[in-house]
Design a protein. Sequence first.
Length: 287
Amino acid sequence: MKKQNEVYKLLNGVGIPCIGFGTWQTPEGDVAVESVKCAIDAGYRHIDTAQVYGNEEGVGKGIRRGIIDNKLQREDIFVTTKIWNDKHSYELTVSSFDESLKKLGLDYVDLLLIHWPNPAMFRDRWEEANAETWRAMEKFYEAGKVRAIGISNFKQHHIDALMKTARIKPMVNQIRLCPGATQDELVAYCREKGMILEAYSPLGTGKIFDVPEMKELAEKYGKSIAQICIRFSIQMGYLPLPKSVTPERIEENFKVFDFELEEADVKRIADLKGCVGYETDPDTAPF
């Protein structure tokens, strides 16, 4: 059973904490600062943001406050950001990443991802655009500006295309993984390639809280539905990234290391097909 802040080992040996704090839809400013600081206070040592979230500055401030208040070092916190869809060229990736570092107030990030593989504005040349972006990311890695590089929302054909020119293999694929939406074939393929699967939106959507089976399991284990979802993610071997801006929820979502779901219940949750909808198709997404 995974323990609090136990790490997965990436292909290059870097340790990545087995649960992270997501910041998608977290507003910039005080809300971002306070929620990230609260997450670090609660025990999180892995913070996930992205250029498009528009909150890198607040996230960076929250990280620094959390480090100071908890008497930590920078290397105690694993930080991820992502290259957005309109930056898919070598030059744009370089300039936008430098901007991300400035906003975060950091000398390096621990993980940098390509956010989506086939943005609308590059749809006629997505393979070439990804190769250019990845080449810049490899340079960041070799220069010590990032400790690991990876991808997000990539399907098998996007990975295969990237590997035609990549010198360094992607170490992570961050995709939507939640009850009833487990993308089993893609997960198996990524694992064959040595990637860690990060699960964004591990609670799915608000719909999960109305699913009768989840209510039954929450009662059975004496836990919240959110805790059941996160524990499910961990036992599936994913790396969940729950998010909240409410201190009580932030703390509650981290308290998932003192119980274990029975294997029959893990399967029951995985079999809830479509209960929270499915992932966005990166080849038709309008952004």
